[in-house]
Design a protein around this ligand. Structure first.
Ligand SMILES: C[S@@+](CC[C@H](N)C(=O)[O-])C[C@H]1O[C@@H](n2cnc3c(N)ncnc32)[C@H](O)[C@@H]1O
Length: 240
């Protein structure tokens, strides 16, 4: 269990749920358009759910590795209300299709960079999107991503194993631009939760548990870091 490991197991779930409820209220207060975007996604989630099912039915795919439909719906709502122009999809797969599908409907250009340390998996992710009419785009290995310096409006941090996820989080957070956000999946793993908590705390970034939106049938859920806009009290400073 992330955090709260010092309290009896019977209490942990209740504390996490209380934190989830509080963070949901904070987030929908801080990002006022989010609640309406979540409603709009709920009304149109059939294509997302259907594509998720075809993704996890691939012989090579493992549903425990793929971004969940719950996370997909949150990401879609975030994209609809924040309209990121540059997205880093770190840990390719179902999410690579999702971001491109959303971007294809946008009137303005959106760049989606999908990254993986496994070339075969990167190719599988590219082919899955291409088979559904979403050709091209930027698919890179970790080294090529790391060699770049561009900043992103939205980063999905769903990359590699749990150790890698925790260790590289500070580095990846530096690639989020002012006013942008990072969504880190799998904070139900204590190691990832601890990394998220400590690096966000050190940088003074506003953070939210996304458990209320993204808790799935395996007990996985995500976390959001939001960097302040320039002029809103300094880069990444807490607003409250
Ligand atoms: C949590 S997964 C990434 C999931 C991705 N964001 C998605 O939505 O499907 C992390 C890494 O596991 C690796 N992986 C290996 N086998 C996989 C599988 N069967 N399904 C998904 N990812 C797999 C990939 O290298 C991937 O980057």
């Amino acid at each position: 269990m992330p955090g709260y490991h010092w309290v009896p197991a019977s209490l942990q779930g209740r504390l996490l749920d209380r934190e989830a409820k509080r963070d949901r209220a904070r987030l929908e207060h801080d990002v006022t358009e989010l609640a309406a975007a979540l409603d709009s996604v709920r009304e149109t989630s059939a294509e997302v759910d259907a594509t998720y099912r075809s993704f996890v039915e691939l012989p090579e795919a493992d549903p425990v590795m793929a971004a969940s439909p719950e996370l997909a719906r949150f990401l879609l709502a975030w994209c609809r209300c924040r309209r990121p122009r540059r997205i880093a999809d770190l840990g390719s797969g179902f999410s690579s299709w999702l971001f491109r599908w959303w971007a294809a409907a946008e009137p303005d250009e959106v760049t989606v960079v999908s990254v993986d340390d496994d070339p075969a998996w990167l190719e599988r992710s590219r082919a899955f999107a291409a088979d559904r009419g979403l050709e091209g785009g930027d698919f890179r290995g970790w080294r090529a991503f790391r060699a770049g310096s561009e900043a992103f409006d939205l980063v999905l941090w769903d990359y590699g194993d749990i150790r890698t996820r925790a260790e590289r989080l500070p580095e990846v957070l530096r690639r989020v631009r002012e006013g942008g956000a990072l969504v880190c999946d799998d904070v139900h793993k204590h190691r990832v939760w601890r990394a998220a908590r400590s690096c966000a705390g050190a940088a003074g970034i506003e953070t939210y548990s996304l458990r209320a939106y993204t808790l799935d049938r395996w007990g996985r859920y995500a976390w959001l870091a939001r960097l302040a806009e320039r002029g809103a009290g300094g880069i990444g400073r807490r607003s409250a």
